[in-house]
Design a binder for this molecule. Structure first.
Ligand SMILES: NCc1[nH]cc(CCC(=O)O)c1CC(=O)O
Length: 317
């Protein structure tokens, strides 16, 4: 839908088109936004369309290539559709959205955040300590790999890529003894029971944006903006503003494992951040708080502070 059609029919009756990737997780998230919009705007579900868009990230499943291209790989074609006006909003896992968006686009809001923690999926046992020395753990995440090596340098961590179902199958079939996945993704897919343990954030800090669903729109689209405002979660927006500013201040080295989590605590926002060496042996951590109004500044300053710290300089940041 284009802006002109909104002008002609008004936001209550105009159709809205949501763009999303076609993975089961992405479809769940797009449907959650659709349900929330239909309820908040009191419109029939049929007036909100879901359009599946295949992205470069869906085609390229090789880690070297996806690292070369960065996170934008899972959003590029969807953002092009947004700019072209073939969709009105894009729904993404916030974790997969680059800190730099194309001109004319912005994140207009977030659904209430789900559990931010990582889950450990074991073939046998109930926790990290049940893994024997040399156990094979598969992950495609540098952040998970580095934090795992920090806690358990004796494990054999190697690349395991693919969607949630693929990774669970690799553990079930015995190709790996364990893997790590976001609890939020497992829960959305009805697979929370596959989690052998949920890792405490003090021991294992999540990725920036983990557990949050982001809604991206054109900046020059007030009717869609108003629709998103009706469903956006304020606390999640504040946390994500801090986290994304933190990541933006550290970006540049996409091979550096980075973790960050902001939480709204009363009138303050607290931000915990972590950068690690890939082997997990050196790490720089931050933990700071600021009034909610200064969320972005908190993120920027925490990022700059970590970047300037001695351990971070040793990591080449
Ligand atoms: N990079 C893939 C991705 N993007 C978002 C999620 C999970 C859902 C979320 O964090 O909101 C996942 C899978 C995973 O990391 O386990």
């Amino acid at each position: 839908m284009t802006q002109a059609s909104f002008a002609a029919t008004g936001p209550q009756t105009a159709r809205l088109a949501i763009g999303t990737r076609g993975s089961p997780l992405a479809l769940w998230q797009a449907n959650a936004v659709r349900d929330a919009l239909a309820a908040a705007l009191d419109r029939p579900l049929e007036s909100i369309e879901i359009r599946v868009i295949r992205t470069s990230g869906d085609r390229i499943q090789d880690r070297a290539l996806s690292e070369a291209g960065g996170k934008g790989l899972f959003t590029k074609e969807i953002e092009e559709a947004l700019l072209a006006g073939t969709i009105d909003l894009a729904v993404h896992s916030a974790k997969d959205v680059s800190t730099i968006l194309p001109d004319g686009l912005h994140l207009a809001g977030f659904l209430p955040r789900a559990d931010v923690r990582d889950a450990l999926i074991l073939r046998e046992g109930a926790g990290l300590s049940d893994l024997p020395t040399g156990a094979r753990v598969g992950t495609a995440s540098l952040r998970r790999e580095a934090q795992l090596r920090r806690l358990r340098p004796d494990l054999d961590v190697s690349l395991l890529r693919g969607n949630v179902h693929t990774r669970l199958a690799k553990v079930r079939e015995g190709a790996f003894d364990a893997t790590l996945l976001a609890l939020a993704g497992l829960t959305r897919l009805g697979l929370a029971a596959a989690a052998s343990a949920v890792l405490d954030i003090d021991a294992f800090l999540p990725a920036v944006g983990q557990g949050a669903v982001a809604i991206e729109t054109r900046k020059d689209d007030p009717p869609t903006e108003a629709a998103i405002a009706a469903i956006a979660c304020r606390a999640t927006g504040i946390a994500l503003a801090a986290e994304r500013a933190f990541l933006a201040a550290l970006d540049g080295s996409c091979r550096t494992p980075i973790a960050g989590l902001a939480t709204v605590e009363g009138d303050d926002v607290r931000l915990r951040g972590l950068v690690l060496s890939p082997d997990g042996r050196s790490a720089a951590e931050s933990d700071a708080r600021a009034p909610i109004a200064d969320a972005v500044r908190l993120g920027t300053e925490s990022g700059a502070e970590l970047r300037g710290s001695a351990p971070a300089r040793a990591l080449g940041l």
